[in-house]
Design a protein around this ligand. Sequence first.
Ligand code: SF4
Length: 446
Amino acid sequence: MGSPERLATVARLGDADARLLGGPAGAERLDSHLSRLGPLTADAGAEDLLALVEQAGITGRGGGHFPLWRKIEAARRRGCPPLVVVNATEGEPASAKDRTLLELRPHLVLDGATVVARAAGASTVLVAVHRGSTAAASVLGAVAERQTGPVPSTAAGTGALAGPAPTFHVVDVPDQYVAGESSALASFLGGGEARPTSKVRPTAESGIDGRPTVVSNAETVAHVALIARFGAPWFRTAGGATGPGSMLLTLAGDVQAPGSVVELLRPTAAADIASWACGPDRNWQAVLVGGYSGTWLDRQQATTTLLQPGRPGAGGVSAGCGIIGVIDEDRCGLGEAARLVRWLSDQRAGQCGACAYGLPLVATQMEALAAGQAGGRRTGRRLASLAENLVGRGLCSLPDGTVAMAESALDAFHDEARLHQRRRCSAASPVGAFPLTRGFTRDHWA
Ligand code: SF4
């Protein structure tokens, strides 16, 4: 699908200023990857590579915004050989950026993982993907290519990147929302259940089988491949005040090409991205920023909210895992929010009491509001009361994020909530702007 105009701060697949999305339209093979970007030739030891990642200031692109260098440093401090996990599991059905990256640029991800492994002192990299996905097939093919073709890290240089490449293992992970949380992933890869295990001891210190484990999302790792080639100052020429570098966004909902992945180069108002993604023929109502446990913004809020990488400051909104979901003016925002809250509630692992009992109550309250059986104020009071018993009580951020999303919906759709109190609804379209299962077709929108 074509777009009428380019938005200057957003690059699409193949655009000249794209970073992660630069290059050919399809999956890139090793020879093309090497001739386009050159080999990894940084003549640097592990300490220098860690310093490079720190200077770049890259933070996690999976939603946590944690500085990557801190994870690597924590893993090194343990004093026993760490493992590196590339997390491409993407638990949210509307998110496609990591699988798109693995599908199209598998060697960029493998290069980045090589640098992270060298910086951490790891000799093994596990790439966590969903069974049978095109991303899994692509990365398996790329690993096989490296076993027979030129190895990017040995083409030149005599430092840490000139040695043998780490061993790559591509591992299938259950397609469950909480399975991608770092401690859940480490538990599963160590032979346990795919459930969060601890928020006290970081996975970087104690992960798979108690070994230090650097779990980093596929996009984060791919950026490192470019940082190693072009340097930290270059990386910092993109991004904004809260975090350097570009970031991938998945466009979702009532946009021209739902599921398409684009690259945000500089801070941009959420409203500008929504208008561009929807095109001139659609009148959008609100944006859901950062995924299903993200933040709803009405048009006015979206106009003053900048999207950029990194942890937002006070009053800012996290871009989370990079989903930018838009709904048309004829959708019911409360109905959409209630549907997503119920879905999130159904994803709970059921091992923390507050979450197990509290999230279904949040979902029921939101459904009552959407159905005109509760008032906005009453729902707000009940949510605040539930939040007191829920937030911070779980082993993962699912309850906190769900409550925050529901509260942002009450704020963004307060006029609609008043209508619902009078048993009316302004929507003409049915609820269901966002997918609850994978498998939707997508367009790279190049
Ligand atoms: S907070 Fe909820 S989803 Fe997270 S680990 Fe506990 S029960 Fe599972």
